[in-house]
Write a protein that binds this ligand. Structure first.
Ligand code: UDP
Length: 365
């Protein structure tokens, strides 16, 4: 049973990618289920996290304060110790009503108390850490039987949290199989998507929820009137999609809501302008797309930015002006863009989901 929650799109996407990989590696041999752990098993305010998260993402300073204040081994332990009596009956219910061989958490919020109780029942528990580099202490439950992490930096963080090295595996970030197929013919993909095949295509994405100042960035790029085509994905943010559709663009622009064709869109694009979501970043690596990161959720996404910058797979451009300056330089000097693209491709880890799938099935059986 995969425990995820829709706070952002990344946790769900990670669970789906692993379940898909299990079916590909072990066809018909494993029964899997995905459950929104916060809304299904727990009372308010925990169950309200998916509604609260998009609001909090508009208040990054408040989020940052909460994130930093709660991020520490002792603090996490104390918090959940205090919450345990309140949560106990929900945790018991969850376990007794779901006689599964393995619980897998892809969400940090309730990871620790669930791991503890699963362990007390003598059952198995695994965590798939889906934050790339700056991983909150709540991810690392000492009772877990297995923890997979996306990067060496996340592994180091696990060691700091006293996780036994033998329990941790550096696997990369789980990404859906459809992203892991060969790039194919870019010109044909563009024709299929109805995009102009001659100009450089800049894909703009704000995670699953269309978060961050995506609109300001898109409008600033539009005002710069660069020789490029813009493709803007508003995700599940319907208001943003409607505003973008109403805008009169000077640049050739296509606006989408939530898309399922993200792999083809990434393969057909030349640059990805995005908030620093771990799923999107790792998918871009596989597509060999250079990144312009325009915003981040402070705390869990800080490390994503430093990682992308240090590996020179993209640049941090936290203002619309900086995004425009980067795009100008990459369009005027495509060789620069190609260096970043090659570095992005070097960081790709298309085998991650299948490696995680094998580890989990081994543990479950
Ligand atoms: N995504 C998608 N369609 C959309 C927008 C986003 O499939 O229209 C996917 C994207 O490819 C990625 C996930 O949603 O797999 C977003 O995860 P990420 O970790 O980047 O950001 P989050 O939304 O969790 O903050």
């Amino acid at each position: 049973m995969f425990l995820y929650s829709d706070t952002g799109g990344g946790h769900r996407a990670a669970a789906e990618a692993i379940i898909e990989a299990i079916e590909l590696e072990f066809p018909g041999q494993v029964i899997t289920e995905m459950v929104d752990v916060l809304t299904t098993f727990f009372p308010a305010p925990i169950s309200m996290a998916p509604q609260i998260y998009p609001q909090l993402s508009k208040m990054p300073r408040v989020w940052e304060m909460g994130y930093k204040a709660s991020d520490g081994k002792k603090r996490v332990e104390i918090t959940y110790k205090l919450l345990r009596p309140i949560l106990q009956r929900y945790l018991d219910d969850m376990i007794l009503k779901n006689p599964v061989d393995l619980f897998v958490s892809v969400h940090q919020l309730i990871n620790q108390p669930v791991a503890k109780v699963v362990h007390e029942y003598g059952l198995k528990f695994a965590t798939v850490v889906t934050d790339m580099v700056s991983t909150h202490a709540a991810w690392f439950a000492p009772e877990a039987d297995l923890i997979t992490v996306p990067t060496a930096q996340a592994y180091e963080r696990g060691l700091e949290m006293n996780v036994l090295p033998s329990l941790m595996h550096i696997t990369g970030q789980p990404v859906a199989d459809k992203f892991c197929q060969p790039v194919g013919d870019k010109a044909q993909l563009r024709r299929d998507l109805g995009w102009n095949s001659d100009l450089p295509v800049v894909l703009l994405v704000g995670g699953g929820e269309g978060m961050g100042p995506l609109e300001d960035v898109a409008k600033a790029l539009d005002e710069a009137e660069l020789p490029m085509e813009m493709v803007i994905v508003a995700g599940r943010n319907k208001d943003l999609q409607a505003r973008l559709n109403r805008h009169h663009w000077k640049t050739r622009t296509k606006v989408y809501g939530f898309v399922t064709a993200m792999p083809d869109m990434m393969r057909a694009a030349d640059v990805l302008v995005t908030k620093a979501g771990p799923g999107t970043i790792c998918e871009a690596f596989i597509a060999g797309l250079p990144l312009v990161l325009y915003s981040k959720m402070p705390g869990q996404e800080d490390g994503n930015v430093t990682y992308v910058e240090a590996e020179q797979a993209g640049v941090w451009a936290p203002t619309p002006e900086e995004v425009v300056a980067t795009m100008k330089s990459w369009i005027n000097t495509p060789q620069n863009r190609e260096v970043y693209a090659a570095n992005a491709a070097r960081l790709a880890n298309p085998a991650a989901s299948r490696n995680i799938a094998r580890l989990l099935v081994k543990l479950a059986s």
